[in-house]
Ligand binder design. Structure first.
Ligand code: MLT
Ligand code: ZN
Length: 471
């Protein structure tokens, strides 16, 4: 079948607005967010319904071509970018962005996979509930992509990753059949949990078109602390103490090093880091009866008594709280402004975080003592964004290649030695597939290949990402 015939069939099925071929409009879908990869595609498909996704999958599959599902195109690992063969259609879910329903008694939200995270949060909010998932790209990341990468973000410590929020799914499989499992059940022990296969699969097993997510009672109360740290303050011990002393009401436990904070545009609340960096801690609750500020203050005093913090600031109003979060959330933007960074999204068992920080710094200093590290992250989850800033005068892509071959393996080896992972929350995509080959357990890799082949024997879905079925 010629490409023209395939495009004509797709136009008949999706309408002209559903099939973009004009280079002026397709360009943005073909480059990954960090501009590492540029792919080619015969067209960008923009279905408006699950039925249209089915038609697209059938037409493209029958022509022996491939598909790359795409949400907000915010993958850090090139998981939503087609390869250069020109044989993979991008399927953007951007026109499937309906909130299907909110169940206020069951605490669930049913929605299309193309809904932007911020819109999903608002839908929950409008119903007096909260979707406990927030991250820097929430204004553009879409639910399908967040599920595909099993995204984490700022409140994983208390509410988990996307996987933990997922109750039901709708997905179009590579043969065009539709898995319809949009149930709102908390309990359903009826065999394999097939929906979870799509989480973290980055579109390699099918196209997620809908989801049911867990909500929580609206987190109307918050207590937030900015805690400059003494040198070598023991983060894991501090976390354990804080969890205990706050009855586990902590929703965020974020660590920011002095260098990372220095990249952020100045604060008007005088927020600064201590010798050991800074912690940004937040407690949240839906009940006015819990004196959150007192609970937080009592716990912080214990940190002070042990000499682990230099001083501390509790947000006394929403403006101050927002400023604390702005400082944290604009670090990636600050890195970009400083010339960019090479990102290592590392996780280790929480008890190893402190050791990783010490040994990681030694590794980097031994490689090149002039390198500047921008380290920050969700320490409450054992997740460090261990980023190397591109030195002035270095070309980003060339520098990235050098780091990838010479320095990153040493950091990943260290994480592996500590039973950690080379991707905590950013996925594998195309860019980290080699790392999965290197660090993945062989039996796990083989099982992944078998799962891929069982779902997608023709390797139609996002071929080249995450797992090579023949590898
Ligand atoms: C974050 O936590 O800010 C992101 O996961 C890291 C990033 O955007 O580089
Ligand atoms: Zn993060």
């Amino acid at each position: 079948m010629s490409t023209d015939t395939v495009l004509a069939a797709l136009r008949a099925a999706l309408g002209d607005a559903g099939v973009l071929t004009d280079p002026e409009r397709t360009g943005a879908y073909l480059v990954d967010m960090r501009k590492y990869l540029t792919g080619k595609s015969p067209a960008i498909l923009r279905p408006t319904s699950t039925e249209e996704v089915v038609k697209a999958v059938e037409i493209v599959g029958a022509a022996g071509l491939g598909l790359v599902p795409q949400g907000g195109n915010t993958s850090y690992c090139g998981g939503a970018t087609p390869d250069e063969s020109g044989r993979q259609f991008v399927v953007s879910l951007e026109r499937m962005a309906k909130i299907r329903s909110v169940d206020p008694l069951g605490f669930t939200l049913s929605l299309d996979a193309g809904v932007i995270l911020a819109d999903a949060q608002k839908a929950a909010d409008d119903a007096g509930l909260t979707l406990p998932m927030s991250l820097g790209s929430q204004g553009s990341a879409r639910i399908g992509g967040l599920l595909g990468t099993n995204a984490g973000g700022l409140s994983v410590l208390r509410y988990g990753m996307m996987r933990d929020l997922l109750l039901g799914i709708e997905a179009v499989l590579p043969d065009g059949s539709v898995l319809r499992d949009m149930r709102r059940l908390r309990k359903n022990n009826t065999g394999y949990d097939v929906k979870q296969c799509f989480v973290g699969a980055e579109g390699t097993l099918g196209i997620v078109t809908g989801a049911v997510l867990k909500l929580i009672p609206q987190a109307s109360r918050r207590a937030t602390a900015w805690l400059p740290l003494a040198a070598a303050a023991p983060l894991a011990e501090m976390l354990a103490l804080m969890r205990r002393e706050t009855a586990d009401l902590i929703s965020s436990f974020e660590f920011i090093t002095t260098t990372a904070l220095g990249l952020v545009a100045g604060s008007d609340s005088g927020l600064h880091a201590g010798e050991g960096g800074t912690l940004l801690i937040e407690l949240s609750s839906s009940s006015d009866r819990i004196p959150l500020d007192d609970v937080l203050l009592g716990a912080v005093e214990q940190l002070a008594e042990r000499g682990w913090i230099e001083d501390g600031l509790l947000a006394s109003n929403e403006r101050q709280r927002a400023e604390m979060w702005r400082m944290r959330e604009t670090i990636p933007e600050g890195e970009l402004k400083a010339g960019g960074s090479i990102k290592h999204d590392i996780s280790v068992p929480i008890s190893s975080v402190d050791a990783f920080l010490v040994r990681g710094a030694e590794i980097v200093a031994a490689y090149d003592a002039t390198f500047r590290l921008s380290v920050y992250g969700h320490v409450g989850d054992g997740n460090l964004h261990y980023n190397v800033l591109v030195p002035p005068g270095e070309e980003r892509l060339a520098f990235s290649k050098r780091i990838e071959t010479e320095l990153a393996p040493q950091l990943y080896d260290l994480a592996a030695e500590m039973d950690g992972a080379f991707s905590a929350e950013h996925g594998v995509g195309r860019l980290k597939r080699g790392l999965l080959e290197r660090y993945g357990d062989p039996v796990r890799r083989q099982t992944m290949r078998r799962i891929k082949t069982a779902f997608d024997p023709g390797n139609v879905m996002n071929a080249g990402a995450v797992v090579d079925p023949l590898g």
